[in-house]
Write a protein of this length. Structure first.
Length: 272
């Protein structure tokens, strides 16, 4: 039901018959599956995005499975299990690999991990760049105390160092800028001005060598958040895939904007 409502929303958006299109039908169908998002209270856009991607993946994965079963039946050759892929995983899913080295015996293990959204720390309270956020995310980290790992070489918990790298770069990569953090026992919002490029974002320093040639990205959308933790307002900047013009979406107000306006100190999600 959510996927069907999403399909109707996409059709209405691209038909161009209306000045603006309300996502009310999709919101209603989606709210039945995820009641937390059915209320008229502020919710987190990143959490909502992950739930939407999961919901669409599950729906399209089932459809792909039914199609393959039908084809296999027609061919009278049903074999094996069907991998859980969908248009969502093809577009948005990437792969990280964490290299963990025990500081006692120097044994190194690798832990792969799939992702659809990378949550990047914001290393400065005043101003920084997206590259600064990426360097911070992919920096080598030391695991000590309560974060020690169990080393199979030593047979006990040990201090270790861990470093992540992208082993499969997704077609569309989504960055979540972690603007909400604990400040004096209360969760506050970082108003850091984060500079991000509109084109030629180079991810090669954070990828394994075979993927370097495909590691350059261009910005296609931004989700902005103004306000604070419990009250605020979301808007979006989106690049038209055909005309390449940028547009601002603020409820029913849709306006064309120059490239210079796409850089925003309210940026919360970046789509490349």
């Amino acid at each position: 039901q959510s996927a069907a409502a999403f399909g109707f929303l996409m059709s209405n958006m691209w038909l161009g018959e209306f000045d603006c299109v309300s996502p009310e039908v999709f919101h209603s169908a989606f709210g039945k599956r995820y009641p937390a998002f059915s209320k008229r209270t502020q919710q987190d856009a990143q959490e909502f995005l992950i739930c939407v991607l999961n919901e669409l993946h599950e729906a399209f994965k089932v459809r792909a499975l039914l199609c393959k079963r039908r084809c296999a039946t027609n061919a009278k050759a049903s074999r094996g299990s069907v991998s859980e892929t969908s248009i969502i995983t093809q577009l948005f899913e990437g792969q990280l690999s964490y290299e963990i080295t025990c500081l006692e015996c120097k044994t190194t293990t690798e832990r792969p991990e799939s992702f659809t959204v990378l949550s990047l720390p914001v290393p400065s309270k005043s101003a920084c760049s997206l590259q600064d956020c990426l360097k911070c995310f992919f920096a080598q980290d030391k695991l000590t105390s309560n974060n020690q790992i169990y080393c199979f070489g030593c047979g006990t918990k040990q201090d270790a160092i861990v470093k992540g790298i992208i082993t499969k770069a997704p077609q569309i990569i989504i960055f979540h800028l972690k603007r909400f953090e604990w400040q004096d026992k209360h969760k506050g919002k970082l108003l850091t001005d984060i500079c991000y490029p509109l084109s030629s974002l180079d991810l090669s320093p954070y990828t394994s060598p075979p993927f370097c040639k495909d590691a350059e990205y261009s910005l296609c959308a931004v989700v902005n958040h103004s306000g604070f933790l419990d009250d605020g307002h979301y808007t979006a900047f989106c690049k038209h895939s055909v005309t390449k013009n940028w547009y601002s979406f603020d409820d029913e107000q849709i306006t064309e904007i120059p490239n210079s306006s796409v850089q925003s100190d309210k940026a919360y999600l970046l789509f490349y």
